[in-house]
Design a protein around this ligand. Structure first.
Ligand SMILES: Nc1ncnc2c1ncn2[C@@H]1O[C@H](COP(=O)(O)OP(=O)(O)O)[C@@H](O)[C@H]1O
Ligand SMILES: [Mg+2]
Length: 389
């Protein structure tokens, strides 16, 4: 399929995509190089490998729970094959592909202001094909959603929500998203709010789309693809320097806040695609950091009960250091941190976990572990402030 990669209403580059596999075969000369995806245009040249990688990663990752069964049911070989069936449209950025010869307009087909089918989302979510699958409607932002957990986009009262499930055996991520939101709210950390709801008979978390028709998410991974880390600088300092260069003056403070949150919840999955920056998709002006999202893989969500009281020295972290105790050392300013706001947080977590199917014993351990981590952080901050004096 010959098509034009579009950025909202701006044509970016001609692409030739293999219909069956969805792989990017060829690309033309950029029409608007400034609008190429971040990380694919380096030193005034399109980096073919990076562009192919970007297109490939736009599809549902192979690690997604239930993807294999979904593709089998649809008789599609690779998730890349789903991309062109919905013009590669997303609710996290403004890229899409317009097949050659078709006079499609972003205003008529984007999912921010137009509705979309839930067929794909329901199939991915439940694993069940609806009756009368002959007129299955592929037009859905679910064909471009990232991440391992089962998820689907849904319009609720006119707002677009990303609904996420939890993973076996504990399905704890759902509740962790909600408690992480509450911790952020209490500590005044800019965040994406997660709520609990039931989808397909299952407790799920849901967050409103933090991208608008004007903006888009660019992951930290893409920023680091665009601006290579010099040998003598740490990834941490380099990422902050990139943000500052792009005009995000409070980036250090925002990243430090994220590291503090991640310490408290023992987040083990803050990889470079789980945070990033927002930019205006038309002017390309950078507008700020993405409000913190995807905090579910935390609070020992996949650990058996006997390791829940693990000390913070050992809790694994990402992306800058491998343990939280090392990673928190990157934070230089705790003056904004008011521990008193967290006084009753474990009561809130306990209430929340009552809605889960976890046994009492595990719920009690989790609440205790959360309190322990807050206590560990308090001790660390106390020692840090004393050292400064
Ligand atoms: N509220 C949201 N608004 C817009 N995009 C989102 C939102 N939440 C997640 N995303 C996008 O969807 C991707 C997958 O969501 P994420 O919560 O990271 O799922 P997972 O837990 O499976 O990794 C994210 O990497 C991000 O690009
Ligand atoms: Mg994620």
């Amino acid at each position: 399929m010959k098509c034009i990669l579009m950025h909202k209403r701006i044509p970016v580059i001609e692409l030739d995509i293999d219909n069956a596999s969805g792989f990017l075969l060829k690309f033309g000369i950029p029409l608007n190089p400034g609008h190429l995806p971040i990380g694919t245009y380096i030193k005034s040249n399109v980096d073919g490998n990076m562009l192919r990688d970007w297109w490939m990663k736009r599809s549902i990752p192979a690690s997604r729970e239930g993807l294999k069964e979904t593709l089998e049911k649809l008789n599609v070989g690779f998730s890349q094959g789903l991309l062109s069936k919905s013009y590669g449209l997303s609710l996290s950025d403004q890229y899409w592909v317009c097949p050659q010869g078709q006079d499609l307009k972003w205003d008529d087909i984007n999912f921010f202001t137009n509705s979309f089918s839930e067929d794909m989302g329901n199939l991915l979510f439940s694993g069940k094909m609806r009756e009368n699958s002959k007129n299955f409607n592929f037009l859905s932002p679910d064909n471009t959603s990232d991440g391992m957990l089962r998820k689907k986009w849904k319009i609720i009262n006119g707002e677009r929500y990303l609904i996420k499930s939890g993973s076996v055996p504990f399905r704890q991520e759902v509740f962790n998203e909600v408690i992480a939101s509450s911790i952020c709210w209490r500590l005044c950390i800019p965040h994406t709010e997660y709520i609990l709801l039931t989808e397909n008979g299952e407790a799920c978390s849901a967050s409103k789309d933090f991208v608008t028709p004007m903006t888009e998410l660019v992951s930290a991974a893409r920023i680091l693809d665009q601006f290579k880390t010099p040998n003598n600088v740490s990834k941490y300092e380099h990422y902050i320097a990139c943000g500052e260069k792009l005009g995000i003056i409070d980036i250090r403070q925002q990243i430090e806040k994220m590291l503090v949150l991640d310490f408290i919840i023992a987040n083990s999955d803050r990889h470079y695609n789980n945070f990033g920056l927002l930019r205006n998709a038309e002017t390309l002006a950078w507008t700020g950091v993405v409000p913190i999202f995807d905090c579910g893989c935390s609070l020992f969500y996949d650990k058996p009960d006997r390791v829940i009281t693990i000390s913070s020295v050992d809790a694994e972290s990402k992306p800058f250091k491998t343990t939280h105790f090392e990673q928190i050392k990157l934070v230089k300013d705790f003056s904004w941190l008011n521990f008193e706001t967290l006084n009753d947080i474990s009561d809130e977590y306990a209430e929340l976990l009552k809605m889960s199917e976890l046994p009492d014993e595990r719920r009690t351990l989790l609440c205790k572990a959360l309190l322990n981590r807050i206590q560990d952080l308090k001790s660390y901050v106390c020692a840090f402030e004393n050292k400064k004096r």
